[in-house]
Structures are given as structure tokens and as C-alpha cells.
Design a protein around this ligand. Sequence first.
Ligand code: AMP
Ligand code: MG
Length: 324
Amino acid sequence: MSRPRIPGADLELALACLARGEPVAFPTETVYGLGARIDSPRGLERVFHLKGRPRAHPLILHLAAARDLERHARNIPPLAWLLAERYWPGPLTLVLERSDAVPDAVTGGQPTVGVRVPAHALAQQLIARAGVALAAPSANRFQQLSPTSAEHVRAAFGDELCVLDGGPCRGGIESTILDLSGSAPRLLRPGLVTREELEPLCGPLLEADAGAPRVSGSHPLHYAPRARVELAAAGEWRRALEQARARGERIAALVPHEVVAAAATSDPDVVVLPADGAAAARALYAALHAFDARGCERILAVLPAERALGSAIADRLRRAAGRG
Ligand code: AMP
Ligand code: MG
């Protein structure tokens, strides 16, 4: 069935979709989300169905304001309030003990809930006007690349979906997920808020448990474009690229600035991630989506140095290569 396509920023139509139990794709500062009202079992079911996402994979709750935390979480530690004060609205998801206001469908039956306040005017208006938290994973099919523009969402879902168009996302990769539900803070997913920023406030962060079923990374393949992503060493990608091109393969390379002189970017098959970490994060999925749109079969990716935003970028590229 064809569903309404929302021109520009038509909040009223989006709200009507949500009220009918239809998910709505909406822009955030990280990537586009696929949201449903948490009081709509049908809406939540449709989110899992549309994405093809396993029901045990929890969704992030998107709140209008930090004060709404109290309704959705219990035993909130002072550190959570401090981080909320410092980073919300913004790309930091906190995992806390859930309250009874959060349905099982959102948490995958777990005793915890992931929450954040997105820093995008349209997202904030949508949530505030809905009058209830929206549960939203990224607006892509399971294991595929996250969308950073309304066009990416439409390319994945066609006319099946209400899309609120807020232009390209300024962050470009998913939120940092910090688990505060245990005895010490644990970094479940690196993101736009870096470990280096968090540790002075939180103390040393534990690593995500290997194999814990709660985060995207527990699946070997995630954040993946259609083209096959292969990790390449800094000294090897150029030769591999040229050999593959000589064989007639449709191949491209994504390399960090430290690996290649800017002059080499005149090669149309090579995208160099900028030196500025925020700009590199913003460019990452846009480049992978563009390689797919060009019909690339293989992408050679060189990992950036793993500090600050380079950690989040390397994390996504490893998962896209099925090496998470
Ligand atoms: P997505 O927006 O599709 O990238 O997925 C949301 C991410 O948040 C996934 O990695 C979830 O596993 C994670 N997440 C959401 N809620 C929780 C939670 N209660 N505990 C751990 N991870 C969570
Ligand atoms: Mg996702």
C-alpha cells in the first residue's frame, strides 16, 4: 500500500501517521530515525516489521527534554543527570534501568532502556507535539547503512513510509551509547561524543562485553552498504585498487586523510575522509551511499587512527566489513 509522502517539513501529517500507528522517518543530528509512539503497539510492531529487525533488538527512546527521563527510567544515577545536562539535546544515548512506562517491545524484554534527547528542531517538535516518547532505530533495513538524508530513507523504503525531510544530518553517524545500568559506566557503541570527552566526567569506561546480545555489534554485519567492504592496510589499498580496476571491477576506496595526500583526491574512485573528525563522520555514510548509487561492487576501506571520532568511524567500517 502506498503511504503519504510528506513534502518538506509537514509536522501535521507526520503526527497523523504516528497517531494511526504508522512509523514516521524523521531527521536527527545523527542519522534519520524510524519512530513510533511508545504507546502504540501497532506502531512499534510496524517499526520492527519494516526494518526486518529482530524483536529482541532494543530501540532507543527519543525524549523531548531531559526532565522526561524520570518517567522512563528508575534509579537514575547522578552521573546520568550530569551527562544529560552537559550533552542533551545531543548524540549521547544513556542506558538506564527502565520504568514501567516503557513497553517490552521497546527494550527487547531487557530490564534496561536506552534514552536520548535528539538535537534537531524537527525531531524535537515532532516528539513534543506527539506528547509521548518516540522509540526509534535508524531508518534503514536491518544490517544496512544508516540514512543521513531523506533521499536515503526513500531509497530504502520507497513510498511505504512517511518521511519528514530535514535535509542532510549534521552529525552523520549514530549516537554514542553509554550503559549506566551496571556498577561502572560501559561504552556500548562509540559515536559522536567521544571516549576522550566522557572519561574525565565518568572515569575509565569499560568496553562493551564481547558477544552481549544487546547492541548492534553483536551481529557480525552492520552499517553495511550493498557493495562488499574490505579493510585494507595503508600501504596496500592503492595497489589493490589499481589491480582490481585493471580487471574491470567496479571498485572504490575510502581512506583517511592521514593516508593520502589531498592531491590524490582527483581520482574519482577514491574518497578521502577530511582531517576534521566531525567532517569525517558527516562524510562517512554519504560516501558509502554514493558508492552504492554508482554501482560499486567492492569498497576498500583504510581505518583512521582510533582516537576521538576516529574510533567511531573505525568501528562502523569494521562492522560494515563484517569484522565488528
Ligand atoms: P539503531 O538505532 O538501529 O542503530 O539501534 C539502536 C541501538 O541502541 C542498538 O545498538 C541497540 O541495541 C541499542 N540499544 C537500545 N536500547 C538499549 C538497551 N536498553 N541496552 C543496550 N543497548 C540498547
Ligand atoms: Mg541502525
